[in-house]
Structures are given as C-alpha cells and as structure tokens.
Ligand binder design. Structure first.
Ligand code: SF4
Length: 387
C-alpha cells in the first residue's frame, strides 16, 4: 500500500509530470524514456490515477505545472489534455499558473501547436540543441535546424509568448561546430528564455560507449569555456540575461518551475522516475514503465523515499543556491548547522571570499558574476558531510 508521503499535507509549489516516451534515442541522453509506444494509454491512465491518489498531499494552490520527459509532445495532444484537465479540476490552481510543455520541433505542427495553446499550455520548452544539421545528426536528434526555427516562429505566431530553447554547447572538436553562426540564428528567434547545457557524456549512453572505445575526444576545457562566454555575450545582446548557471531569460520570463527547485519549494513528481520533495522527505518513482503501470493498478508500492537530515538540507541549499545569480540565504544555511559546523562553514566562506570567488549582498551569498561557471567547485568546498 501507499506510504511515506500519504499522511503529510505539504505546502506545494509545483507538479511535475514525467512522460516517458521518445520517438528516437538521442546519443547523449540518460533520462528515463522508452521508444516503444505500446503502453501509452495504460501509462496515461496510471498517471491520472497517481494524480488522484496523491491530491490529498496538497493543500496549497498549484503555481507551476511542468510536462517533462521523455518527450511530452510526442503524444497526441489529447493525452496531454486528459492529464492537464485532471490537474485543473482536482487541484486548487493559482491564478497565474505557469504550464510548461517540453516539446521537440518535429512534433510542433500547426495543428498540434494550436491544440496545446487552446488547452492552456502557456510556456513551451523546445529542444533545439543545435542549429547545425551535421551536429543534430551526430546527436541522433529527430529534427533539422530548419524544423527548429520554423516551429519556434509558428509557436510565436499562434500566440505562445513564453518560449524557451534548449541548447547544447561543448560538443567535441571533430563535429566542427560553427558556433558563432549558430548563436546568430538562435538570438534572431522569437524566444524569451534559453537553457544551455554543456554536453555531458554519461557512461550508459551511445556517446559513453564511444568514449570508452576511444572514438570520442571531449572538447578541451578552454574551448568549451570560450563557447560558454560567447553564448552569454550573444544572449546579453538580446537582453536574455543569465539567472542561473545554465539558464537565461528576458526580464520576467525566468522559469518559475525551475526557480521553485532552486528555492527548495515543495513539488509533486508524477510518472515513472519522477521525484517529489516535501521539505523533509524526498521520494522517487522507480524508472520502469511496465512496473509503474502494474504497481499503480494493483495499489502496490512503486517508489522509494528518504528522510532528509539537516545536513542534507544544508548541502542542497548550497548546491542549488550557488548555481543562481541570487545565491543562497546565509541565515537559512546557518539554521541547519550546529556550532562546530557553523565554524567550518564560515572558515570555508572566508577562503572562497579571499579567492574572490563569492560575494555577499545583504543576507545572500552568491558567486561573483564572472565565476558563476565555477559554482560546482565552490559547492564542493562548502559541503559538510554526514559523519
Ligand atoms: S528527446 Fe529528450 S528525452 Fe528523448 S532521448 Fe532525446 S534528449 Fe532524451
């Protein structure tokens, strides 16, 4: 039977729905998804059942709804609408709720875009990744740069005024990327937000295996830093300003959903592999489609959970806070520590400060502007381990 979160009412900020289907496996991806579409209907029913089962965990208006994956847009809009209507009718919804759909360009026909728009999706996060067909092919993406450009323009014409483009930098030298040209095309698009991630090569992916066999040579740190700097400068030109290591937005278009993760607000994660956070507990659904559907239908346990210690909360606050321009709340960080830990923490802060790595503004401590890319290093220096 269900346990863990069942009895506790949590202050909720958002709902994340994981749609675990994709048309094709990208060579770099290690998210949970299946390219087999056999289980779509039972999966949608199971997701709706999980939403119904867990609505009693929520006593706050929902501020953000996020369809991620996988590729939510690979499903017929009707399925997304079924899930969305369940949320809109069964939960209390904030007036200015942000509803995001992750989408791939090849799915964004005029008909589909109109359906998504009419059902109430008000933010699109489009997987552009590159604006160079050779690079897209190398990544095993299922679309061309032309499709990416036209889908964004069409979405804008249909009425979407909050569009984010996902972009990947740091691809190996051998791909011969024309980076400046791609950036020129990117900033010409009617977008309000960009999420830009360095290509990471995970061991279980196609690229991971290529790397192991010696067929792939990662880009040098120097070249990838220079791509990152050029990206930041190009986006600045369009007033798309960095607000987190990997995220950039026009003023007022920062992703509320992502901000809630970084501000440690609570959220409900629905669907296989989705994570939930209640402030004191974290739980995650097991990443297996068949198991998820079967367990939900039989009222069996389909997730694991852990209670968070004060130090877990402290480390998480530092990790997510330092990635943002605003930084983390110093007093909040101290509230998780005992006397000895506070001393260690303050000593480490002094060291980072003397290296001009961090700065303090009021009650917040953040990375110095030109050091944001080193947030991971600073985080490691400040972490306090459970002993
Ligand atoms: S479309 Fe997205 S989730 Fe699916 S394989 Fe590619 S990167 Fe992964």
């Amino acid at each position: 039977m269900f346990n863990g979160f069942k009895s506790s009412l949590i202050k909720l900020s958002g709902i994340y729905i994981h749609i675990p289907f994709c048309s094709k496996a990208c060579h770099y991806c290690d998210f949970h998804f299946s390219t087999s579409k056999n289980n779509i209907k039972p999966m949608i029913s199971a997701i709706i059942k999980e939403l119904n089962n867990r609505k009693k965990e929520v006593n706050e208006p929902i501020q953000t709804i996020y369809f991620g994956g996988g590729t939510p847009s690979t499903l017929a809009p009707l399925f997304i609408n079924n899930i969305l209507q369940t949320i809109l009718t069964k939960f209390t919804i904030s007036n200015n709720v942000e509803i995001t759909l992750e989408a791939n360009p090849e799915d964004l026909s005029e008909k589909n875009l109109k359906s998504f728009y009419n059902m109430g999706i008000n933010r699109l996060s489009i997987g552009v990744q590159a604006l160079n067909d050779e690079v897209l092919k190398w990544m095993n993406r299922n679309h061309s740069s032309y499709q990416a450009i036209t889908s964004i323009k069409l979405a804008n014409e249909i009425g979407f005024k909050n569009i984010s483009a996902d972009f990947i930098y740091g691809t190996p030298e051998k791909v011969k990327r024309k980076w400046k040209e791609e950036l020129k095309h990117l900033i010409a698009l009617p977008i309000q937000h960009v999420s830009a991630y360095h290509l990471t090569i995970e061991p279980k992916t196609f690229f991971g295996k290529q790397l192991k066999k010696g067929f792939l040579k990662p880009l040098t740190q120097e070249s990838s830093n220079s791509e990152y700097t050029e990206l930041v400068e190009a986006l600045n030109e369009k007033n798309i300003i960095q607000y987190e290591v990997s995220n950039f937005a026009l003023d007022g278009f920062q992703s509320n959903h992502n901000m809630s993760y970084w501000q440690q607000k609570t959220y409900l994660g629905i669907g296989p592999s989705a994570h939930s956070y209640s402030g004191t507990k974290r739980r995650w659904n097991k990443p297996n489609n068949t198991f998820y559907i079967k367990s939900i239908n039989n009222n069996e346990v389909y997730f694991e959970s852990e209670k968070l210690s004060s130090l877990d909360n402290f480390n998480e606050l530092i990790m997510v806070g330092l990635r943002t321009k605003k930084g983390f709340n110093y007093q909040q960080a101290l509230s998780f520590l005992n006397k000895k830990q506070k001393q260690t923490f303050n000593n480490q802060l002094d060291l980072l400060n003397s290296d001009l790595m961090i700065e303090r503004t009021g009650n917040y401590i953040c990375m110095n502007e030109d050091k944001l890319i080193l947030a991971e290093y600073a985080t490691r220096e400040l972490f306090i381990l459970n002993k």
